[in-house]
Design a protein around this ligand. Structure first.
Ligand SMILES: Cc1cc2nc3c(=O)[nH]c(=O)nc-3n(C[C@H](O)[C@H](O)[C@H](O)COP(=O)(O)OP(=O)(O)OC[C@H]3O[C@@H](n4cnc5c(N)ncnc54)[C@H](O)[C@@H]3O)c2cc1C
Length: 467
């Protein structure tokens, strides 16, 4: 044990989650407690299973004050610190080699539910937020497709969902944040109070502080969702109908995907209409003049809660097929709307369904940017952009193959970036500091200045390798 580690673990601030029983809040049956090694092993990797970095210790704070003490101690010992929500990032972004991982799982309370807002601790999942708000007929305006992500984890990157055309990103729907800075100070920020810090933390990739508490905006939840999955023979037909549906605002949510289909692809539009039971949608009008293969259309009708949680079924399927814990070399981007079809086609030309895997997909759909105002979220400067995400689910755990996919992601990124696209920064490929400077563009200087002020020893979120 190094002297650093002795000091760190010995200080007894809840840091040594892996070291002292006190930090686990001893249960009657000690055998049920995860072992120190299991805790560190879990914190050594993430959902992507591409990067492995073993932390020196895992902290499990139960209060923002504890996060602050842990960060002060980490600073005194020059240890890098990564917050970890649900560990669903895929390229080591929540890892900290020989440093500290702050597992936010115990900071998950949901309180002060009002008609237009709710206060949640950053380790809470979106599922638990929805479970708390829906009985009151309320919902966050934007939910991620998968609800098993933590609030802090998606606020750190942006948080896109089916309703982003209307409401922007999840970061656009945050009213206030409590943050612990890299030097261990507790700070409250919002558009009115400490606005620079507010802007540096939302979609700030965890660089300027650990978010401990979030006040989220709420809107009225619809009762039901009718979802239309429409299929097309080609990309041109899909994108033409997506653009039409977006322009005419036919759906409350509009997404879509390119799906592996044997040796080729299937093209899918996914539109959803929210409604209350007494006012069902007019299917005929919604689908009028669309050019899909109508006999293949799948129409489902669920409660809002069932629809929001539908990804859980896909998760269960992937788990049952042994595909949930395999490597996930994903690439996530935003294409400029003006040349999205050409760029998507270029990428598709170089990919085979085997590059995606039988359970993978390429999500591809137009999204309005008018409601996206988060300064650090980089989007092409156009009124419509296309989220274009290569969601690879390799059929096997072949290391060499996944490394080739990561390398392919990098070259695809270079091509797309030079055509005006941006990455949604949760993908799997290496980025240098110059790449990050290019990514943040005009926001870089300000971001770097606030980083220096809030995290002067550059301890936070080392997995991004930005500073
Ligand atoms: C199956 C799946 C589905 C997904 N669907 C969507 C989707 O629909 N929309 C979307 O936008 N994204 C989606 N993502 C991407 C996801 O939003 C990001 O990977 C997100 O960062 C993961 O959240 P997490 O809680 O697991 O964070 P982690 O992986 O634990 O952390 C991610 C990053 O955020 C930092 N961080 C975590 N908590 C905090 C905190 N409290 N304060 C400051 N920094 C923090 C970490 O240090 C790390 O750098 C999906 C990912 C997966 C695996």
């Amino acid at each position: 044990m190094t002297s650093d580690r002795r000091t760190f673990l010995g200080a007894g601030l809840g840091i040594a989650a892996a070291a002292t029983s006190r930090n686990w809040g001893l249960t009657a049956n000690a055998a049920e407690m995860p072992s120190r090694e299991n805790i560190r092993a879990e914190a050594s990797t993430d959902f992507g299973h591409l990067i492995h970095r073993e932390p020196r210790a895992v902290a499990q704070p139960v209060s923002p004050e504890e996060v602050a003490s842990q960060l002060r101690l980490a600073r005194s010992e020059r240890l890098k610190v990564a917050a970890r929500g649900q560990g669903h990032s895929i390229y080591g972004r929540s890892l900290s080699e020989d440093g500290i991982v702050v597992n936010m799982g115990r900071l998950s309370s949901i309180r002060d539910l009002q008609a237009d807002r709710v206060v949640v601790s950053a380790g809470a999942t979106w599922k638990s937020v929805l479970d708390a708000t829906l009985p009151q007929g309320l919902t966050p305006p934007v939910l991620t497709n998968y609800l098993g992500l933590s609030v802090g984890g998606t606020i750190a990157v942006g948080g896109i969902g089916g309703s982003s055309s209307r409401y922007g990103m999840q970061t656009d729907n945050v009213l206030e944040l409590d943050v612990v800075t890299g030097d261990g100070r507790q700070l409250t920020c919002s558009a009115e109070s400490n606005p620079n810090e507010f802007d540096a933390v939302r979609a700030g990739l965890g660089q300027c502080g650990i978010i401990t508490r979030v006040t989220l905006r709420l809107v009225r939840a619809p009762e039901r969702v009718r979802r239309f999955q429409l299929f097309y023979p080609g990309l041109t037909e899909l994108i033409a109908d997506q653009r039409r549906a977006l322009a005419e605002e036919r759906f409350d949510q509009l997404q879509g995907a390119i799906l592996p289909d044997g040796a080729g692809w299937r093209y899918q539009l996914d539109g959803a209409v929210f409604y209350d039971s007494n006012e069902p949608p007019d299917d005929k009008a919604l689908l009028k003049a669309l050019s899909d293969t109508r006999s293949a259309a799948v129409i489902s009708d669920l409660t809002y809660g069932e629809d929001a949680g539908a990804f859980a079924k896909f998760e269960a399927l992937l788990r049952s097929k042994g595909q949930w814990a395999t490597p996930k070399p994903w690439l996530l981007t935003f294409l400029p709307g003006s040349n999205a079809e050409k760029l998507a086609r270029d990428v598709l030309t170089g990919l085979t369904p085997a590059d995606i895997g039988p359970f993978g997909r390429i999500t591809c759909y137009p999204m309005r940017t008018q409601a996206c105002h988060t300064p650090l979220l980089r989007l092409p400067d156009e009124s419509v952009v296309f989220p274009f995400n290569v969601i690879r689910m390799p059929a096997s755990d072949d290391r060499a193959a996944t490394q080739r996919m990561v390398a392919q992601n990098r070259s695809l990124y270079d091509r797309l970036r030079s055509a005006g696209a941006f990455q949604y920064p949760v993908g799997a490929f290496p980025m240098s500091q110059d790449d990050w400077k290019d990514h943040f563009g005009p926001s870089w200087a300000r971001f770097a200045e606030i980083k220096q002020r809030l995290d002067p020893a550059n301890l936070l979120a080392p997995g991004y390798e930005i500073f």
